[in-house]
Write a protein that binds this ligand. Structure first.
Ligand code: ADP
Ligand code: ADP
Ligand code: ZN
Length: 217
């Protein structure tokens, strides 16, 4: 099963990608997570990506596409994967088609998770992440057991610098202008699943798995 999640920052892509990865036993490939790891490890790629990420802009396509191509070439992706945060514009959408075609693959489904602007902002500014293990929390919607501490590994949680209100607004407008056109791009192919992202994590997961099951048996 080769899947990708489409949706604005804060829609719940990462949260649902985790659930789908476990359910279908396929790797969760998040371009944002891969970039953040490079940033942390101060690799040349991380240094290049940082200037775009702090501003809430897209990292250039050539860098991002090469990174995804390398990642889907790894053996754990041979039986499928769930992409999260890629593609993010039409160029990347076309590049993904090329990468998959070169391996005799195609996308089985594109899951569009929709949520209104105010809810996206609330989810983003309240998001906290574990810098050590990558676990995601929300100060109101999914608080950790002990305030500010990761349930999984005990590390102090942090706010992503790009989750501060100033950058959130830029990211949401980048989504509207550059990423949203992908919805029509996939809709005409009949592989788009429309999901209401305003409901609970469990309800959203259930409706994704149900719609995928209805399509693929
Ligand atoms: P994205 O990857 O699309 O940016 P995330 O999955 O990181 O989004 O979710 C953004 C924030 O909203 C996180 O803090 C997460 O805990 C929270 N969240 C995700 N899905 C839901 C949901 N269905 N209901 C309430 N909060 C959610
Ligand atoms: P969110 O889902 O909350 O927007 P991500 O973790 O997916 O956040 O992305 C964080 C940042 O990483 C983006 O704002 C962008 O700078 C960079 N990034 C992630 N994926 C891509 C991509 N496919 N193309 C270009 N830049 C990307
Ligand atoms: Zn942790």
């Amino acid at each position: 099963m080769n899947l990708t999640l489409l949706g604005a920052p804060g829609a719940g892509k990462g949260t649902q990608a985790n659930v789908l990865a476990i359910h279908y036993k396929i790797p969760h490939i998040s371009t944002g997570d891969i970039f953040r790891r490079h940033l942390r490890e101060e690799t040349p790629l991380g240094q290049k990506a940082q200037e775009y990420m702090v501003q809430g802009k897209l990292v250039p396509d050539d860098i991002t596409e090469a990174m995804v191509d390398d990642r889907i070439a790894l053996s754990d992706a041979a039986l499928g994967f769930v992409l999260d945060g890629f593609p993010r514009n039409l160029n990347q959408g076309k590049a993904l088609d090329g990468m998959l075609a070169a391996r005799g693959l195609f996308l089985d489904g594109v899951i569009h998770i929709a949520a209104p602007y105010d809810l996206l902002v609330e989810r983003l500014v309240g998001r906290r992440i574990c810098p050590a293990c990558g676990a995601t929390y929300h100060i109101r919607f999914d608080p950790p057991q002990a305030a500010g501490i990761c349930n999984v590994c005990g590390t102090n949680l942090v706010q992503r610098p790009d989750d501060r209100l100033e950058t959130v607004e830029t990211r949401l407008s980048v989504y509207r202008e550059e990423t949203a056109p992908l919805i029509a791009f996939y809709q005409v192919r009949g592989i788009l699943l429309e999901i209401d992202g305003t409901r609970s994590v469990e309800d959203v997961s259930q409706s994704i798995i149900q719609q995928l099951g209805a399509r693929h048996g």
